[in-house]
Design a protein around this ligand. Structure first.
Ligand SMILES: Cc1ncc(COP(=O)(O)O)c(C=O)c1O
Length: 352
């Protein structure tokens, strides 16, 4: 007897397969915790919060603050538990039937597959070209299929770290007016590049963002989606009522009210990214790729040995694949100077 949707039988649980070591440089989390500086404000806010109620009047303020930060109107956003939940809801909202598919790039964020699986949406991918750019011709061929319901572009892309040219993305948006184009701007604050200024121009554009990276709040699980008022109205139909806990809202409100502090802390990571890039770039056997995120992708022949050596030294990095354009590649999250030095020391020792 199988009690569930039949396609689930073949699917896997979402499983983030990383070791839990002393120095975590594998999940693109922030190693800084500016929340400690402002937590008294959160505690003050809690005086006016009543957990016996579903509704809180801080919701309105949070919507207003996020809309102002994103430079859109309140009714052009929806809030949820991390970018992941936004993906899950959006995939749910675009799936028409068992032939529906989303189209993404490869390599890109691993969990597009997980959430497509979860809602019964197939995922097809277009392999990036050797310079990590989009194969636009191939993408147009596949997206012509009327069952293609959504095109996902992670910009900057995880795990390659590059930005796609704005003109390429606009071309994709314009060539596919009948399907949604999702821009995953999880790493927006590290690149400073957004397509949000086009939200009112293109009816098929959706953007998701998160507090998990530049706002140092991965554990908070807070993210948001931006689109036209009409799209947000439709997408809301698959949301559960009161999907975002009042506690999460109070924490997110504390963070966004203090965005200046958080984003200043984040500048440290951006500076460290360049230092770490230069270090890796100076190693003959290593090829490191320019990044607009808080991680670096690098290639070295003995990547498996290096991975294990780092692991023995309590440093977790990520093996992102061993084929095609990711052959022999590792991904390391950029940390604060102190932790980056731990990584640098270990890599230097490994080289000797
Ligand atoms: C490209 C991309 N999208 C979405 C997510 C999920 O972010 P969140 O923590 O907000 O769910 C991640 C997390 O690493 C990511 O790299």
């Amino acid at each position: 007897m199988y009690f569930f949707r039949h396609d689930l039988k073949e699917k896997h649980q979402v499983n983030v397969d990383v070791p839990h070591l002393k120095y975590m440089m594998c999940l693109n989390e922030s190693t800084l915790d500016p929340f400690q500086v402002v937590k008294h404000e959160f505690l003050d806010l809690m005086h006016n919060i009543h957990l016996n109620r579903y509704y809180s009047n801080i919701t309105q303020e949070l919507y207003q603050e996020i809309a102002t930060y994103a430079d859109v109107e309140n009714d052009q956003i929806i809030l949820g538990n991390g970018a992941d939940e936004m993906l899950y809801y959006l995939f749910n909202a675009v799936r028409d039937n068992s032939n529906s598919f989303a189209l993404s790039l490869s390599p890109s964020y691993f969990d597009y597959q997980s959430y497509c699986d979860a809602v019964g949406l197939s995922l097809k991918t277009i392999t990036l070209l050797d310079d990590f750019s989009i194969d636009l011709d191939n993408l147009s061929l596949v997206s012509e299929n009327p069952n293609c319901r959504l095109i996902i572009i992670c910009n900057p892309n995880n795990p390659t770290g590059n930005l796609f040219p704005r003109d390429d993305i606009i071309r994709i948006i314009e060539l596919n007016p009948d399907k949604l184009i999702l821009i995953d701007e999880t790493y927006f604050e590290f690149s400073g590049v957004t397509l949000v200024d086009l939200i009112n121009k293109y009816a098929n554009l959706v953007i998701i963002r998160t507090f998990s990276k530049a706002f140092s709040a991965a554990g908070l699980r807070f993210g948001y989606m931006i689109s036209s008022k009409e799209n947000i109205h439709e997408i809301k139909k698959v949301f559960t009522a009161f999907n975002l806990s009042i506690l999460t809202q109070a924490l997110a409100l504390t963070i966004i009210r203090n965005k200046k502090i958080f984003l200043e802390y984040n500048q440290q990571i951006i500076r460290q990214r360049e230092e770490l890039y230069n270090f890796l770039n100076n190693i003959d056997r290593v090829q490191v790729f320019k990044s607009f995120t808080n991680f670096l992708l690098f290639r070295c022949k003995d990547y498996i040995d290096l991975f294990h050596y780092l692991k023995e030294n309590e440093i977790a990095v990520r093996i992102v694949g061993d084929q095609g354009i990711l052959k022999n590649c590792l991904r390391v999250s950029v940390a604060d100077r102190k932790l980056n030095q731990v990584f640098i020391k270990a890599v230097n020792e490994f080289r000797i």
